[in-house]
Design a protein around this ligand. Structure first.
Ligand SMILES: Nc1ncnc2c1ncn2[C@@H]1O[C@H](COP(=O)(O)OP(=O)(O)OP(=O)(O)O)[C@@H](O)[C@H]1O
Ligand SMILES: [Mg+2]
Length: 397
């Protein structure tokens, strides 16, 4: 059918035509933000889930809703290798400048901007990547100790006071939080904790891979009590149906029952895969309804596309020994797998593999659902690795 009218949107962070099955989670966050705005206690929300489950599009949607309700927000993504202060400061500045246009908040927002100036000036020494426009002279003693933990507290406190005065709230939307260094995570947790104790309207809505939960707990032991960690997983079969049928229906197109069932089975209801399968089934079909045969032919292209993009970008960042480790995991199936079993496949000692495993965790390729277990963070990655590294060659050192 006409590819121009194809409604499906596979792609990192690409908003789906129908954000299926996430209403309850969106509502949970909306309530938390509104409670926060009126000074009622509300936990910050950190969404955790595997690659491609829709964390980024959820964050964006939640932010849209918050902004629409007049909440001040900022949106950042923690990339590997950059510091939290460096990515936070410019966006916080923009939020504070917007806030300073609010009559009631103006003076306190300007004070927070003076805090930001002091923050940037002293922390630039430690965080060389920290660069931010300076609108005001620093205020001596405000967020300028040179200690991230203290200064971030001051800064979020001053920002929260401004937001409260303006009758609004400040919401920090942060993606890929698992990449933030532990000491910076700790500073963020402390600052949010302080704001919560003072009933200031500052909250975090974060997203990250499943290892995030453990990292937060390691950074500050009380973090697990301070935050909610809703899991974002594959959709239910009903939601997956909706994700496929509704966008097609809007174009006057439907699916054969067997076609839908095939997609649901092959994708295991993972959102990224649903978009990919939907897109290619549509392109294969001559006319409505989309048939089982369309899906079968589309699936081949869908898998090839995933291999070339979604899976590939991850694979290319690995060293040969990391690839070999993942290949050994794939040999055992989708997982999770015991460290001992993986070592056995490789004919090595568990201990000698520990550094490789921990690199894979910090790269966000695998995580540890429980002690001694290792699982892929990318759904269906085992199949991909077997396609990439077929035969027996991979066993060679
Ligand atoms: N609820 C949903 N219903 C249908 N499609 C969805 C849904 N959520 C996400 N998608 C689709 O899934 C794909 C992946 O979404 P997104 O990039 O937000 O995932 P992610 O969890 O952030 O992945 P990563 O961990 O790789 O960053 C996109 O193509 C998006 O359109
Ligand atoms: Mg994402």
């Amino acid at each position: 059918m006409d590819p121009i009218r194809n409604p499906y949107t596979p792609g990192a962070g690409a908003p789906p035509p129908e954000l299926a099955g996430r209403d309850a989670l969106c509502e949970q966050v909306r309530i938390a933000l509104e409670r926060n705005r009126i000074g009622r206690p509300a936990k910050s929300v950190l969404m955790v889930g595997l690659r491609g489950v829709g964390k980024t599009v959820l964050l964006d949607r939640m932010r849209e809703v918050a902004e629409g309700a007049g909440i001040q927000s900022l949106r950042i993504e923690a990339p590997e290798g950059r510091s939290l202060p460096a990515i936070l400061a410019p966006e916080l500045r923009r939020a504070l400048l917007r806030l300073s246009r609010n009559e009631r908040a103006r003076d306190l927002a300007r004070r927070a901007l003076r805090g930001l100036a002091g923050f940037a000036r002293v922390l630039k020494v430690k965080y060389r990547d920290l660069e931010v426009g300076i609108d005001f002279e620093p205020e001596p003693g405000l967020a300028d100790n040179g200690d991230l933990e203290l200064d971030l507290q001051d800064l979020l406190e001053a920002s929260g006071q401004a937001a409260r005065e303006g009758g609004t709230a400040l919401a920090l939307f942060v993606d890929e939080l698992q990449y933030v260094r532990e000491i910076e995570l700790a500073a963020l947790i402390v600052a949010l904790h302080r704001a919560a104790q003072r009933r200031l309207p500052v909250t975090l809505v974060g997203a990250g891979l499943p290892q995030l939960r453990g990292r937060m707990g390691k950074a500050k032991s009380y973090a697990e009590r301070l935050f909610d960690f809703p899991e974002v997983g594959p959709l239910t079969p009903e939601a997956a149906r909706l994700a496929l049928e509704k966008p097609a229906g809007a174009e006057g197109v439907c699916f054969e029952e067997a076609a839908l069932e095939r997609i649901i089975g092959e994708t295991q209801c993972y959102p990224y895969f649903l978009q990919e399968w939907g897109k290619h089934a549509w392109d294969m079909a001559e006319a409505s309804p989309i048939t089982l045969n369309d899906v079968a032919r589309g699936a081949e292209v869908a898998i090839a596309d995933l291999d070339a993009s979604f899976f590939r970008v991850r694979f290319d960042r690995l060293t040969p020994s990391e690839k070999q480790y993942l290949r050994a995991m794939a040999e055992l199936g989708p997982g999770p797998h015991r460290s001992g079993s993986i070592a056995q496949v490789l004919g090595r000692e568990v201990q000698s593999l520990a550094p490789i495993r921990s690199h894979l965790i910090s790269k966000g390729m695998v995580w540890s659902p429980s002690h001694g277990d290792t699982a892929f963070t990318v759904p269906l990655f085992d199949g991909f690795i077997r396609r990439m590294m077929p035969g027996a060659d991979w066993r060679q050192p």
